[in-house]
Design a protein around this ligand. Structure first.
Ligand code: SF4
Length: 284
């Protein structure tokens, strides 16, 4: 169960994405997966390289399209565990339409977002997660747009599993990924993953000072959506842990008629010529 491969990541030393990679590898081993039972699908951005750094099936897709690919993989082969991953620009800007609909569709995959509040690969522009006043090359006088609160958005969109973590808390992050993999439905895990090269505001120290662990809040109940929303609002989204889980709602696969049949990946897709002509005859 070794999810390491020989490819050396070319992330900057200190980048938060290293820990996310380690957490995925540990979580996959801890839940008992073999490398050929896991598919890691990624989008574009520094974090998108992660699919090439894990010993599993991998697909590095195009910008913002990680979720259509990941959902397709899962629908074609329910026996494979699917982890989708990418950055905040990938998932919450160009890919936002897919993110909202994947949340409400509730296909059984885990989406891990490496949220560094900036575009790193293109050398530092403001992202949908950057705070008001954030200065970058694209907003030299400071951003005037408010940051998207993705955890609140996910709750509003009908998410059944919403969690957040910090890349330097490997123990918590690994445990949350394990929970996400075991959740029967779409699990969204947003990870504060500092970009040490271009984001000099939201640093490791900044997160250590500003994050609150939900496990430190007495009596916090992740099954109560109202409390989850209220807690996020009170803490301006800066909490870590399992924010909300509804394990009673069936997943998309549970609700789709005929999905219990053999996975598409295992079916004989040879097309009988007579049947083909019959099917397309009216279009010929
Ligand atoms: Fe990580 Fe930022 Fe370097 Fe990209 S530019 S690898 S996000 S530290």
């Amino acid at each position: 169960k070794d999810f390491r491969n020989k490819v050396k990541p070319n992330w900057c030393p200190g980048c938060g994405d290293f820990s996310v990679q380690a957490a995925i590898q540990r979580a996959a081993a801890n839940v008992g997966l073999e490398p050929d039972q896991l598919a890691v699908i990624s989008g574009i951005g520094c974090s998108g390289r992660i699919s090439g750094y894990i010993n599993a099936y991998g697909f590095h897709g195009v910008h913002g399209r990680v979720l259509p690919i990941a959902q397709g993989v899962k629908m074609a082969n329910r026996d494979v565990t699917v982890i989708a991953s990418g950055g905040d620009g990938d998932g919450f800007a160009i890919g936002m339409g897919h993110t909202v609909h994947a949340i409400r569709r509730n296909i059984n995959i885990t989406y891990i977002v490496m949220d560094n509040q900036i575009y790193g690969l293109t050398k530092g522009q403001t992202s949908p997660r950057s705070d008001v006043g954030f200065k970058t090359k694209s907003t030299p006088s400071g951003s005037v747009e408010s940051a998207l609160n993705v955890m609140e958005m996910a709750l509003t969109a009908g998410a059944t599993f919403v969690a957040q973590s910090f890349s330097s808390d490997l123990k918590e992050l690994t445990a949350l990924i394990e929970k996400g993999i075991n959740h029967n439905g779409f699990s969204l895990i947003n990870v504060f993953s500092p970009c040490v090269t271009f984001n000099k505001v939201n640093t490791y120290d900044w997160f250590k000072e500003n994050l609150t662990k939900l496990s430190d809040l007495e009596g916090y109940d992740p099954q109560n959506r109202m409390v989850a929303m209220q807690t996020l609002m009170e803490h301006n989204g800066l909490v870590t842990g399992l924010i909300y889980q509804n394990d009673k709602q069936p997943s998309y696969q549970d609700l789709i008629a005929g999905y219990d049949e053999k996975p598409l990946a295992d079916q004989d897709l040879t097309i009988d010529e007579g049947k083909f002509k019959e099917l397309v005859g009216e279009f010929m």
